[in-house]
Design a protein around this ligand. Sequence first.
Ligand SMILES: [Fe+2]
Ligand SMILES: [Fe+2]
Length: 394
Amino acid sequence: MDILLFGGSFDPVHNGHYSILETALEYKKFDKIIIMPVGTPGHKDGCKVPFAIRKLMAETAFSKLGVDIEVSSFEGESTEKSYSYITVDHLKSLYPDGNIHFVIGADSAINMHRWVRWEYLAQNVTFLVFARDFDDWDEINQAVENIRKYSPDTTVLKSRVVPVSSTQLRETIAAGGDVSQWIDSDVEKIIKDNNLYVADYYARNLGTARLLVPLMLREKRARHTFNVEKLAARLAEKYGVDVNKARLCALLHDIMKQADEGIMLHRAIQSDIIDRIKDKPVPVLHGFAAADYAAKEMHIDDSDTLMAIKSHTCGRAGMSDLEKVIYLADMLSEERSYPEKENLLQLAWTDLDIAMEQALTDSINWLKEKNGVIDADSYAALEYFTALNHHGGN
Ligand SMILES: [Fe+2]
Ligand SMILES: [Fe+2]
């Protein structure tokens, strides 16, 4: 079974990627084509757009090749740093008879000796090295000769020159330029409709988050999220809180709620000091995981935003007005119905601190009835608001 493996950031996917795949398909017929968008390394120069969206763009562009492709989540959803040899081991376990043809660029071939366990990797794949006319062919041939010691069938294919890179495309989009010449029209529509890569912080992050919600959450939870956004925006306006910031927190507050539990826990641990996380009841951890997602996948580093996402389930003493707005909008979103809701809604429109005291009392009582575990931060928050409302904060 011949498997083609094509990895990359696809941030965004463009005609250069498409042309590489086309050339590979002209060279050989494959039984399976696996596209592997990389995960988001947790540093600033990582991918600009979350994995789920890069996956969507890759699926959209490559589905037009008219062959069956699979866009894999293996690296994108991994909680560890990914290495190609681990990905290949994984594919080998799925397809023990698979003969993996691994697409790499000329630069990668030249720098292969720097890859972790490259000899082992080479023993397990056949590389398809894509080089362009203007590349240094002497250097490439020398590198390929070295690789062939471990992967004897490694082949060099000449790629059509598509003089564009994802970095250039992102810069052009940020500057308001036209990229239609380099990008599939449906991918371009996704980018345009959702303000991906634009320079403005809120236009970009709100657009990206709105596209993410239905990709990461099932219908009911997505509807809840959009309802929280609506109410948070109205409450923010009333109480003089930055409306865009409130919208962004609302859109991201539950983004990890339906993630694989291992990934959710891993992200929660990454989000804060481990001692703070380890005593928390599991149901509140999705907020912490969502803050880690916002920081790592969307590069949001505003501490107020991250804190409001974190505290949306448990609350905490000393909450900011933004945090109160998100906490209350989450409890009072349109689709929810419970006996105390009307009263709480009225309080939310009258006084944030009194509403918070009531909201915490209601949710602690509700948890007690259900024999749920109550987070120490929720008790501390209730104490804080009770003192604030009745004793002037002492
Ligand atoms: Fe939540
Ligand atoms: Fe929620």
